[in-house]
Design a protein around this ligand. Sequence first.
Ligand code: ADP
Length: 477
Amino acid sequence: MKILAVTSEMVPYAKTGGLADVMGALPQALGRQGHDVRVFLPLYDTIEAQHLRLEVMIESMEVQLGAHRYGVRVVRDLDNPAAYLVYCPALYHRGRLYTRDGDEHRRFLVLGLAALHAAQRMGFAPDVVHCHDWQASLLPLLLRVRFGWDRLFAGSRTLLTIHNLNYQGRLPASALPDLHLSGSEHLLHQEQLRGGMINLLLHGILYADGVSTVSPTYAREIQTPERGAELDAFLRARTSTVVGVLNGVDYGVWSPEVDPHLAHRYSADTLDGKEANKEALLREAGLPYVPGVPLIGVVSRLVGQKGFELLPEVLPRMLARGEVQLVALGSGEARIEGIFERLQQRFPRQVAFLRAFSNPVAHRIEAGADLFLMPSRYEPCGLNQLYSLRYGTVPVVHQTGGLADTVQLWSPRDGSGTGFPFAHYTAEGLRWALGAAVEAYRDRGVWRQLQRNGMAQDYSWDRQAGLYSALFERLTR
Ligand code: ADP
C-alpha cells in the first residue's frame, strides 16, 4: 500500500517525545512489510541539515491558507527513503519545534497541505493518509473539501492516530479563514464555532475514516468523561472505529547488547554487566555508589501528566532511611522541576537532577538504574517503560493507559510479572509500589527473575506494524 504520513516529529530529525520515536521506526517497519511510506515533517532550523544528504523533490510550490501564502520546498533524505522534509523558513525557523506564536496552527496546516500537494506533483496516490495528532487532524476534512476533485485521492482513506488526547489544537473562531475550507465552513462543529472555538483534533475525530490511539487501555479510557478531555462523547459516537495499537520499540536502538552509549554492554545472560553501568551512571551524576541500594531512574518531560507531584509525599521518607537513590533527567514546567531540585538539595548524596534533554544520558539511565519510575496520571502508551523492560530495569508505574498494558505485577507465587504497577493514583499507591520493589530488590533471585521476565518481552515494531497493516487493510477494503 501507499501511505502518506504527516507528523510534527520524527527521529532522528526532531524529537520532544514519544511521537518522534514512533515515526522514526514505524515507517521503516511498514517498509519491511512491503508498503511505500512517505512521511512529511517540517525542516525545522533545529535540524542539522548540513549533515544530511538531501535531494530536492519539489523546488518550489505555493501553499495558500486564506489570506496567507507560503512558498515551500520539499526535500528528501537520501539516507532515509521515508523522510520528506518541508522547507519553509517563514514557518519553521523558530529555534524550537513548538511555539505559542499566533500562527502555530498555520505552521502545521501548511505542512499537511504541502504533503497533499507534493503527492499530486509526485503522482503518489495514497491508499492511506495517516494523520498524527492535532497537527495533522484537519487533513481528512481538507482532503474532502479542497482535493475532492482530484481522482488521485479517490481511493484514499484517512487514519487519525492520537498520541495524546490532551493536545488538541484549540483555536479562536477568528482563525476560521486560515483553515481555507473553500465554502465548506458548515462542516465544522457549529456549536463550538458559535461558542468562539475551533478544535482541530475534534475534526480529525469527526472526519477521519479511522481513529487509533497508542494502546488498547488508552483507547478505552479516552471514551470516558474522566479521561476524555472533553472529546469522549465524540469518541464514543465512533467507538467501533476507535482502536488501540501499542507502540513498538526499535530494538536496534534500544537494547543493552548493542547500545553505543553504554560503558558496558550486557544481555539477559550477562546481567552482572548492568552493575558496571550503574556505577558509571552514578559517577556521571556525581553520586556515590552504594552497593545494595537500588537506584531509581527517571527520564521524562516534566509536565503535570507525568505524575511527579506524588513524589514529595513518598520519596523523602525513603531517602532519609537510605532505602533508595534517584537519578532524574528531564525538563519542563518550573513547578515540577522544583520538586526534583528540592529533593536534590535535601539529599545531595542520593539524588541527582539533570535538567536537560540528552539522548545519550537517557540511554545510560535505562541501563544504569535498577528501577524505572513512571507514576503518570495518564499515559497514552509510554515508551520508557518498554525500554526499561529491555534493559532489565524494573518499572514502577501507575496502572494507566499503555503502562497498564505493558507492565504486569510481580507475583512471588509463580514468579511471573515484570514490574510494580499501582492501581490508584495516590501517594499511598506509589508508596506501596516502591516499597514492594525495594523489598523484591533485596532478594537477588527474585530480582534476577523479574529482570529476565522483562527482558524476554517482545514489543518489536515488526509485530506492532503488522497491526497497523491490518488496520490499513480494513480501512481500504
Ligand atoms: P511522551 O511522548 O509523553 O513524552 P513517551 O514515554 O511516549 O512520553 O516518550 C518519551 C520519549 O522521549 C522517550 O524516548 C524518552 O527517552 C524521551 N525523553 C523524554 N525526556 C527526555 C530527556 N530529558 N532527555 C532525553 N530523552 C528524553
